[in-house]
Every structure is written in structure tokens, then in C-alpha cells.
Design a protein around this ligand. Structure first.
Ligand SMILES: Cc1cc2nc3c(=O)[nH]c(=O)nc-3n(C[C@H](O)[C@H](O)[C@H](O)COP(=O)(O)O)c2cc1C
Length: 225
């Protein structure tokens, strides 16, 4: 049917990339398309740092891993996940995690391997470009609209990227260390990191990239009236 439907249905998060760079020209095309994301009153609250500098990406990753290893659980601007997990979300989260670890034959108790897989977020899964998306702190001080806009922006980035043969992984793992990212990138004080998106050419031989968690039946979350 529509190529838009194909792009939506075929997108899935990738977690192993080739080191092939995404040219600045392609990054600009993706970001130009993403700039057409609708936002309340056309506020366009997203502010993107498109980082492909290997050293800078390494520095961000090192700083986050150091922070984690010092026992800090998060150093963030916004709390992404619920503080009180409840079903059905808790169950879906568990199933998604178990599905990935089962595919990768990682034992539940193998904390070393699981930590390594989590740290791989901060090695950008081998990709060489990451978009870090910020917004002005005042935009989310007592209001959540900008978060809705920036969420739509995330999906537009990923779909636009796919039309250039670029795959992606959205990251809330960086949200949890948003202050560390902001510090290394030395962004203005008024900015808060919301999330990042890893972009690159997927490693088609990597088993992890075959993971495509299913969605619940429509009857579970759609009400037709
Ligand atoms: C806001 C957001 C944050 C996410 N954070 C991470 C992350 O830090 N690391 C990761 O590997 N996947 C992350 N994901 C990917 C989800 O696990 C994935 O979207 C979900 O399991 C559905 O799979 P799919 O994207 O392949 O369809 C995130 C997705 C979203 C939308």
C-alpha cells in the first residue's frame, strides 16, 4: 500500500551498526524533514545536537559509564519511566527485556553480560552519529506539551532516516544521564536533554537486529465509539 505505512511498519530499533558514517548531507535531509513535525502553536521546541565527532561521542559515553560505575543511578532533567510500575506496562516491559535477552542467549543472572549490553547504549551500538534532542527548561516547567512535540519529532527523525536507508535506536538511557550529556556537550544552561537517537547503517549480520517486539492487540488499547 502506502510507502508511509511500509516505513512505519518496517522500522524497528537496531542495536548493532556498521561504522560507515552518515554524511552531513543526509543528516541535514533527515533534520529538514523532521523540522516539519507539527508542534503546538508551531513552537518547534526541539533543539538538536547532531554529533558525529568520534572523540566527543566517546567522551559522552565514558562520562556516563563512569557516573554509573560510581553508583549514581541517574543524573537527569526529566524522569522518563514511571516511578510506580503497574500492569499491563510492567508486564510488557518485562516481556520486551526477556525477549531480547532470550534471543541473545543471555542468562537472567548474567549481570556482566547484561551490563555490557546496557553499556553498549553508551558506545552508540557501534554507530557514528547520534542526535541529542534538548528543549528549553522553561518549556517543560509545569507543562508537558513540548514533550509531546519532541516525541513526535523523534518518530519523524527515525522515519525520515529510514527513507535514506539509515536505521536508528531511540534512547531513554541517555535521558537518565541527561545532565552528563549536557555537561560534556557544554550546552547552554537553559537546555534540558530529553533523549537521543542513534543513527547509522545497521549490521545486517547481527542477530540482535532481528529483534522486533510485537505489539498488543488493538482491543487492548483502542476504543472505537
Ligand atoms: C523514548 C524511548 C526510549 C528508548 N530507550 C531505549 C534505550 O535506551 N535503549 C534501547 O536499546 N532501546 C530503547 N528504546 C527502544 C525500545 O525498546 C523499542 O522502541 C521498543 O522495544 C519497541 O521496539 P521497536 O522500536 O523495535 O519497534 C527506546 C524507545 C523509546 C521510544
Amino acid at each position: 500500500m502506502s510507502t508511509i505505512i511500509d516505513a512505519i511498519v518496517n522500522r524497528s530499533s537496531k542495536r548493532a551498526f556498521l561504522s560507515t558514517p552518515v554524511t552531513q548531507d543526509i543528516q541535514e535531509k533527515i533534520l529538514k524533514a523532521a523540522s516539519m513535525t507539527p508542534s503546538g502553536a508551531n513552537m518547534q521546541p526541539w533543539i538538536t545536537y547532531a554529533v558525529s565527532d568520534e572523540k566527543v561521542l566517546k567522551n559522552i559515553g565514558d562520562a556516563i559509564i563512569d557516573k554509573m560505575e560510581s553508583g549514581v543511578e541517574h543524573d537527569q532533567f526529566i524522569q522518563y519511566y514511571p516511578l510506580k510500575w503497574k500492569n499491563p506496562y510492567k508486564k510488557r516491559r518485562l516481556e520486551t527485556g526477556i525477549g531480547l535477552y532470550t534471543l541473545m542467549e543471555v542468562n537472567k543472572k548474567d549481570t556482566i553480560k547484561r551490563t555490557e549490553m546496557w553499556h553498549n547504549n553508551f558506545r552508540w551500538f557501534g554507530a557514528s552519529t547520534v542526535f541529542f534532542v534538548f528543549c528549553d527548561k522553561d518549556m517543560i516547567d509545569g507543562a508537558q506539551g513540548a514533550l509531546i512535540d519532541c516525541g513526535a519529532y523523534m518518530q519523524t527523525i527515525m522515519l525520515a532516516a529510514s527513507s535514506f536507508g539509515i536505521q536508528s535506536c531511540p534512547q531513554g538511557s541517555t535521558t537518565e544521564f541527561g545532565r552528563v550529556v549536557a555537561d560534556v556537550l557544554n550546552v547552554p544552561d537553559n537546555l534540558a536533554l530529553l533523549y537521543s537517537v542513534v543513527l547509522g547503517y545497521e549490521d545486517r549480520d547481527a542477530k540482535i537486529n532481528t529483534y522486533q517486539p510485537k505489539r498488543v492487540e488493538m482491543s487492548e488499547n483502542v476504543v472505537f465509539i
